[in-house]
Design a protein around this ligand. Structure first.
Ligand SMILES: Cc1ncc(C[n+]2csc(CCOP(=O)(O)OP(=O)(O)O)c2C)c(N)n1
Length: 316
């Protein structure tokens, strides 16, 4: 009997998009279990990949990939993406000669829109793609997914600086797990934590979110109300000052938040910014307890965990 009855039936994101919304929690569980099993046999990056399972499912469920472009910034967050885009069998030879790369690689798949290791290049790459779509009159969407550690680089802000005035249809998703490879440092991290703790603003946003998507006129009304509420409660985020429409923070493990929010953002034009909170190691208790140890791992037994308390994997 297979451990992955639903995952076994999926060979492309187009098939994922045909699933009933109610089937997605099961897919989430199977995909996460598969990643633990697979990485425990090959070694590789674990914690970050467990953190992006729901986000990856939601992105491929909502966006019309590969025509819509997903630009992953942090290569070590893309294993779920690889599995869902027809490379599940290849995961058995992850990072081996002739096998699947540990990072997005254009020659490997049309779903890998930009070749990266990591980090901090996705926003400028996505801006280039979104600008090209605009110039060609094509309606495809472009989404950059960037980690909070990667967001702190100069190149990311240089791209934000340009995107905020470029009037291109692009979405930047900040995958904020409050960690870089190790504990984060710096002022940006403190700033993101302050945004997360803005609970009054979050409560107001939740009320606003329920209204979105009901009808175009209500959507417009809700946007105006939201602008007003934002104006009253916060002086405008750093990202808004750079010209983006900032939404969030939302729970990056809750498909009921992710899917409707992405569906709404998909309809909005101009530079959009979604702040998503995720947890490194999500769903595998040992990695949740020690996400740094499980960041980059060599082979281990999932039921026992890494023995000796030290990872043998490459941790960058
Ligand atoms: C240009 C560049 N700067 C720095 C690094 C080192 N580096 C590798 S991954 C990473 C960021 C990882 O943190 P985050 O984006 O939060 O992703 P997570 O590991 O938490 O999933 C950094 C700074 C790099 N590889 N390249």
């Amino acid at each position: 009997m297979t451990l992955y009855p639903l995952l076994d039936t999926l060979h492309s994101p187009a098939q994922l998009r045909e699933l009933d919304r109610k089937q997605l929690p099961q897919l989430t569980e199977e995909l996460r279990n598969f990643l633990v099993e697979s990485v425990s046999k090959t070694g590789g990056h674990l914690s970050s990949n467990l953190g992006t399972v729901e986000l990856t499912i939601a992105l491929h469920y909502v966006f019309d990939t590969p025509d819509d472009r997903l630009v992953w910034d942090v290569g070590h967050q893309t294993y779920a993406h690889k599995v869902l885009t027809g490379r599940r069998e290849g995961m058995a030879r992850l990072r081996m000669h002739g096998g699947v790369s540990g990072f997005p690689k254009r020659s490997e798949s049309e779903f890998d829109t930009f070749g990266v290791g990591h980090s901090s290049t996705s926003i400028s790459a996505a801006l280039g793609m979104a600008t090209a779509f605009k110039l060609k009159g094509e309606k495809h969407r472009t989404v950059a997914i960037i980690g909070d550690g990667s967001m702190s680089a100069g190149q990311a802000f240089e791209a934000m600086n340009n995107a905020g005035v470029a009037d291109a249809n692009m979405l930047v998703i900040l995958n904020d797990n409050d960690m870089s490879i190790s504990r984060p440092v710096g002022a940006l991290n403190k700033y993101l934590a302050r945004l997360f703790s803005g609970s009054a603003f979050n409560a107001a946003r939740k009320a606003g979110e329920k209204m979105l998507g009901v009808s175009p006129s209500l959507l417009e009304f809700a946007n105006r109300v939201e602008e007003h509420v934002k104006g009253m409660l916060t002086p405008g985020t750093l990202f808004e000052e750079l010209g983006f429409n900032y939404i969030g923070p939302i729970d990056g493990h809750d498909l009921d938040s992710l899917i409707p929010t992405l569906q709404n953002l998909q309809k909005l034009n101009g530079p959009q910014f979604l702040h998503v909170m995720t947890r490194k190691g999500q769903g595998y208790k040992l990695a949740e307890a020690d996400p740094i140890l499980y960041h980059g791992v060599s082979k281990f037994k999932p039921e026992v965990g890494i023995e000796g308390g030290k990872s043998g994997g490459k941790a960058n």
